[in-house]
Design a binder for this molecule. Structure first.
Ligand code: 5GP
Length: 189
């Protein structure tokens, strides 16, 4: 059995990574498993612990970091996020294609640590900065200051797109998902 792929989907907060990811995951032929991240952020509406994220305390997060349990980690607008390490490796060994949906600093860490040819890096772009702002505001889950900070961060994150093998523009979720699915399928051969 071949080792599974490691797919890194990154891009600015609010670009729609989560929605596109959920659409791609519906295609069972891609043999994907989503790597659930750990975060100290509070759950948003409808988010489920152990499905969307593992919601943990600062202490738990720090313990995982100290014990070297995280493949990568970052601080994003006052909260910490990280990818549990053991599962990623184990699932790939089992032949599963592991899907990471992470911000740009974390993506860089993974790219510098894991450099086998099963790694695929994809940057998801908004059609414009205005679309990004509208999407972040529509969530209505955050204060104006946090929204501004996320937008500011989004602008600097966009400059890093040349670090990625593929850049996909998220005009329509279905189209972006189809494009990413075909990138993955081409590498499964
Ligand atoms: P949100 O708070 O909107 O769920 O996530 C904020 C940002 O952190 C998003 O860009 C999201 O993709 C990213 N993120 C989520 N989990 C992880 C992770 O485990 N590691 C890193 N580096 N970024 C993450």
């Amino acid at each position: 059995m071949n080792k599974g792929l490691l797919i890194i989907l990154s891009g600015p907060s609010g670009v729609g990574k989560g929605t596109v990811r959920k659409k791609i995951m519906e295609d069972e032929s891609l043999n994907l498993v989503y790597s659930i991240s750990m975060t100290t952020r509070a759950p948003r509406n409808k988010e489920v612990d152990g499905e969307d994220y593992y919601f943990v305390t600062q202490e738990e997060f720090q313990r995982n970091l100290d014990n070297n349990n995280l493949l990568e980690h970052c601080e994003f607008v006052g909260n910490r996020y990280g990818t549990p390490k053991d599962k990623v490796e184990k699932l790939r060994e089992e032949g599963k294609n592991v899907f990471l949906e992470i911000e740009v600093n974390g993506a860089n860490q993974v790219l510098s640590k894991v450099n086998d040819n099963g790694v695929i890096s994809i940057f998801l772009m908004p059609p414009s900065l205005k679309t990004l702002e509208d999407r972040i505001r529509k969530r209505k889950s955050e204060s104006d200051d946090i929204i501004k900070e996320r937008l500011q961060k989004g602008r600097s994150e966009m400059k890093l797109k040349s670090n990625y093998e593929y850049v996909v523009v998220n005009r329509r979720v279905e189209d972006a998902a189809r494009e990413i699915a075909s990138i993955i399928r081409a590498r499964m051969k």
